[in-house]
Design a binder for this molecule. Sequence first.
Ligand SMILES: Nc1ncnc2c1ncn2[C@@H]1O[C@H](COP(=O)(O)OP(=O)(O)OP(=O)(O)O)[C@@H](O)[C@H]1O
Ligand SMILES: O=C(O)C1=C[C@@H](O)[C@@H](O)[C@H](O)C1
Ligand SMILES: [Mg+2]
Length: 160
Amino acid sequence: MGVGKSTVGHLLAERLGVGYRDTDDDIVAAQGRSIAEIFVDEGEAAFRALEKQAVRTALAEHEGVLALGGGAILDADTRALLAGQRVVYLSMAVEEAVKRTGLNAARPLLAVNPRKQWRELMEARRPLYEEAATAVVATDGRTPEEVTASALDALEMKQA
Ligand SMILES: Nc1ncnc2c1ncn2[C@@H]1O[C@H](COP(=O)(O)OP(=O)(O)OP(=O)(O)O)[C@@H](O)[C@H]1O
Ligand SMILES: O=C(O)C1=C[C@@H](O)[C@@H](O)[C@H](O)C1
Ligand SMILES: [Mg+2]
């Protein structure tokens, strides 16, 4: 959350001359509600079901850069779909995460105690991110342009 998927994703798409899509945005558009509202109204499990379908649809329809929600990796079927894709894991340390996300209530899973919640989420997810990734790019103290350049290098993809 807040690692720079949207910022870097847009830059990466621009450099590659392809489109950008974001499954969080797809869910919000289809539901006509914010992610925080979906969590409050229906709970995380309902959000995860919507997310799983959104990832499946986007991977089938879209050929450019796709940003996934931070928790999409928790779903085993989603992980299987990612197995055939180039996947970039953008990483950061907790202090960078707190700087970038702040106490923003739009991120319901970090709303109460961001540092502690972020650490716990990452302990559970880091192995899944690493397993899915074909490229890992550290973002701490680096500009979005630098992160984008590293992602292109790591993916061995040329700019358009
Ligand atoms: N490399 C970077 N260095 C410093 N700040 C950054 C960097 N990349 C993104 N940011 C800033 O961090 C914040 C979060 O970035 P962004 O919205 O791109 O992340 P995200 O991963 O898409 O977040 P979300 O989990 O909400 O989808 C923004 O304020 C953005 O300007
Ligand atoms: O890491 C997560 O579990 C989440 C990340 C966001 O992208 C959103 O998908 C939502 O806030 C949940
Ligand atoms: Mg984003």
